[in-house]
Design a protein around this ligand. Sequence first.
Ligand code: NOJ
Length: 518
Amino acid sequence: MTPWWRDAVFYQVYPRSFADSDGDGVGDLRGVVARLDHLERLGVDAIWLNPVMVSPMADHGYDVADPRDVDPLFGGLAALDELIALAHARRIRVTVDLVPNHTSSQHPWFRAALAAAPGSPERQRYLFRDGAGPAGSAPPNNWVSVFGGPAWSRVTEADGSPGQWYLHLFDAEQPDLNWDNPEVFADLEATLRFWLNRGVDGFRIDVAHGMAKPPDLPDMELDARGLLAAGNDDPRFNHAGVHDIHRGIRAVLDDYPHAVTIGEIWVFDNAEFAKYLRADELHMGFNFRLVRAPFEAARIHDAIANSLAAAALGGASPTWTLSNHDVDREVTRYGGGERGLARARAMAMVMLALPGAVFVYNGEELGLPNVELPDEVLQDPVWERSGHTERGRDGCRVPMPWEGSAPPFGFSTNPVTWLPIPPEWARLTVERQAADDGSTLNFFRELIRLRRNVFRFHGNHVEWVRHDENVLAFRSGGVLCVLNAGDRAVPLDGGRLLAASSALTGGRLAPDSAAWLV
Ligand code: NOJ
């Protein structure tokens, strides 16, 4: 039987930004419950919730202090139980984020490690090392944090003396766990079973190519910095030992056959990527090739062809995503304004025509652009850690505009939201777009409906009909998808028109547009 997730449309909910039910200006789980109609109307199969576990929110939930409880900010465990039950009643699955590479510095384990002596069992759960150089005053190696600055912070020992260093590939509030310590896996297993027993349908696994580290922690090449820039031989990631961890996770998941794992894998070598997808490892891997491809036919073709090849090598089904909470929204990436939006709509057609699981990020269905936020409201740790040279990811995390004509557009009853919503989003609200046949929202609704009702996917088969510097055409699931990434209209032939991202003139597809034909 085909698993439910194979060709599913997942909707990524960034809980802080989706809907606020209690008026504190930050989204929460009862906010999601209150807006389930929107998801049902959109026709998605599943939700992926960014982390909602107990957290001091240094990285908005990716710093987990208690992996088996929900933060009160999001409504606590009862709110998640409610969401799971009510989403399931509408046949929407619920998957949650799992953060196994690191914990919060407020996790009881890390607090105990700080209180304990060097070499103690408490310190063995993390990556503590003595410093280099005289008096150990230099970091143990040259690794840099993905968020900027060194990947090591020095602690003060209990007697007040300058002490050991601990590794954090991300923020200093996110110490990396020592995956060579069996206690770490035992605890993860408890976490997996805890959520699976509560009814979650699977996990998006954060930094799934992290966790394992080379034992001698060799220096890295210093030009490989951010996640996007990480090369294939970056010692911080993709260490061979990671595959044993995934086998351990899969063995637990196999007790819950309906559940799925999707790893966040920033690895761009197809053979290396495919290793994560072996039958006893992850079910699926996020690949970020479409996110990285500019709006050029050849680059989009390569991204699709490589994603299909990597998934095929691993014997798995591919995944597709154009945006998420870590990258600039595609409307902006493709040039912004009307042109950026036209291209984003065209790419939505490309993505939704492909076999495999598709991930739509909240607000993508409204055609939201990135927001240029003023310095004083920025919250992403990247802003501080980069010494104010990189603005970080807040611009793609601005809360959803639901209704009305002024901020906060029904997102909250509180006029002060955790990030400000631009007044010009009045024309992008769900309410406004629902009433407009030509809106991006209604376009997404229609595409998802057609994907469900018309496409008949057979495995991962995609047949290339044309790919040159201007046009991409492929047949998938019985539908011909044509993308015009050139600067001239192209004649459309090859069947009856099912949908198009812009109006056709004289049977021709305009630049920056796509169409589906049967
Ligand atoms: C990847 C997540 O998507 C990102 O938001 C987070 O900051 C890092 N992992 C660290 O957990």
